[in-house]
Design a protein around this ligand. Structure first.
Ligand code: FE2
Ligand code: FE2
Length: 165
């Protein structure tokens, strides 16, 4: 059911590439998908528009590294608007970091903001429990090799070391 609201987004290269990005020591895609699943349940519970909630949830942290804690919602919302997402979806994305950033003004925006916090807590639990099994370190190593942010930093470090040899 949730898939029918997200099929086009899940195939979008910008969403697909989040599988390679690290976020809370897991892949950003896992965080977005978890937020979408929680948003789906919360939207039903709160009688909010499910489609708006799950689409906003699946986009809410796109390009988050380009902004700060307060501004990355606006960055993802701008991307969503350029893709043709409606104002309600963009508003829910922009306000997901409340109280760090603008306050949600719709039921759907509250759903996404709450779902993001619940998902982040679960991400943290997964990360901490994975420390015992070694899974967290393994996942971090994999993501550091695939995430362009870390790859570029690694290349710069190697270049600096080579220069001083
Ligand atoms: Fe965020
Ligand atoms: Fe998030």
């Amino acid at each position: 059911m949730i898939h029918s609201f997200l099929a086009d987004l899940l195939d979008h290269p910008k969403v697909v590439e989040t599988q390679q990005h690290m976020h809370h020591s897991i892949s950003k895609h896992d965080h977005l998908a978890r937020t979408a699943r929680i948003s789906y349940k919360l939207a039903r519970l709160m009688r909010a528009d499910i489609r708006i909630c799950v689409r906003a949830a699946m986009i809410h942290d796109i390009d988050s590294r380009l902004g700060t804690l307060k501004t990355h919602g606006r960055i993802a919302a701008t991307w969503a608007a350029a893709q043709g997402e409606c104002d309600e979806v963009c508003h829910a994305i922009e306000t997901h970091m409340y109280p760090f950033g603008p306050k949600p003004r719709t039921k759907e925006a509250w759903v996404v903001s709450l779902a993001d916090k619940a998902a982040s807590l679960t991400d943290l639990t997964v990360m901490v429990s994975g420390i015992m099994t070694g899974r967290t370190w393994q996942r971090r190593r994999q993501l550091k090799q695939s995430d362009p942010h870390f790859v570029v930093r690694q290349q710069l470090r190697h270049r600096r070391v080579a220069r001083y040899r």
